[in-house]
Design a protein around this ligand. Structure first.
Ligand code: BV8
Ligand code: ZN
Length: 249
């Protein structure tokens, strides 16, 4: 990342009326949460379709809960990092003209203080009852192998969007609007492989004139790079605070 790139990105931000941010696992990697693109394609030793798909749930719900309880426990040991806090600072400056769309399910953005937050893939901290459909925030306490709904006794599932499942309208619609309406879209720590989340990037580029400026923050180039107007390459926990600092007061 050159000083010139950082200045250009900060200048675009300073001129922006509306700012949208799309984050992925790379933001939480700075807190020690493992990303998905593990080299062997496995995820904590499991095939994704066995632990993060409706088919996997139907075949072996206890294995799915074992997988999610392990991730809940891991997230319970980590804290937000300077990258999360830099995004809270951007929200403080832009207020309700700032929207943070996250693919992450670890809840670290919320812990850091982000409030204009759309968790488009759900959250490890919430469960949904298959009986009465109640959604509850249960923090990160272990839920045991086959948790039951305290109200109706029905089976609880993680309130997470699995592969093959539609994203909830109540977060996906506002995410599309935020991407379409922004002047700058920051794409941080995502491989931009998972859809429809990754489609927010071309959406931002398609808006009325002038098209949004897309700034990618990542360790490497990704599927998003060809649509980015600028790439700030480095750890998000270092780059984001530098960007906020370059914005000035
Ligand atoms: C749907 C919850 C239909 C689970 C998640 C073929 C082509 C295109 C699409 C598809 C296809 N086949 C299937 C699909 C659709 C599928 C999909 O996109 N698959 C991908 C794998 C190709 N999508 C779906 O199934 C979606 N649903 O399509 O439904 C439908 C429609 C209507 C009605 C019914 C059905 C649902 C997708 C949501 C899946 N759930 N999460 C859980 O977490 O347990 S997605 C999951 O993977 C994560 O949430 C996360 O979003 C995603 C991983 O992506 P990233 O966040 O980008 O993480 P990754 O590890 O990939 O990258 C990390 C990045 O960070 C890297 O770039 C790295 O360089 C960078 N990095 C690392 N360290 C740092 C860093 N950057 C900065 N600093 C650092 N320190
Ligand atoms: Zn219930």
């Amino acid at each position: 990342m050159t000083d010139h790139d950082l200045t250009r990105a900060a200048d675009w931000l300073r001129l922006a009326d509306r700012v949208c941010v799309l984050t992925g696992a790379g933001v939480s990697a700075e807190s020690g949460v493992p990303t998905f693109r593990a080299a062997d394609g496995l995820w904590e030793g499991h095939a994704i379709e066995d632990v993060a798909s409706p088919g996997g749930w139907d075949r072996d719900p206890d294995l799915v809960w074992q997988f999610y309880n392990a991730r809940r426990e891991n997230v319970g040991t980590v804290r937000p990092n300077p990258g999360h806090h830099a995004l809270v600072e951007l929200e403080r400056r832009w207020g309700d003209r700032f929207t943070l769309v996250t693919q992450n399910v670890d809840g670290l953005h919320r812990d850091a203080g982000s409030r204009n937050l759309l968790e488009i893939h759900g959250s490890l901290r919430r469960t949904r009852c298959l009986g009465c459909r109640a959604v509850a925030d249960r923090g990160l306490d272990p839920l045991g192998p086959a948790p039951r709904c305290p109200d109706c006794g029905g089976r609880l599932r993680p309130d997470i969007v699995w592969f093959g499942e539609a994203l909830p309208e109540d977060v996906w619609e506002p995410a599309l609007e935020a991407a379409y309406g922004c002047d700058v879209l920051l794409v941080v720590g995502t491989s931009a492989v998972v859809h429809p989340a990754a489609s927010l990037i071309p959406v931002a580029k398609r808006r009325r004139h002038p098209a949004a400026k897309v700034v990618e923050v990542n360790l490497t180039e990704t599927e998003a790079s060809r649509l980015a107007d600028i790439g700030l390459y480095g750890p998000s926990g270092v780059v984001l605070p530098k960007l906020v600092e370059r914005l000035g007061s």
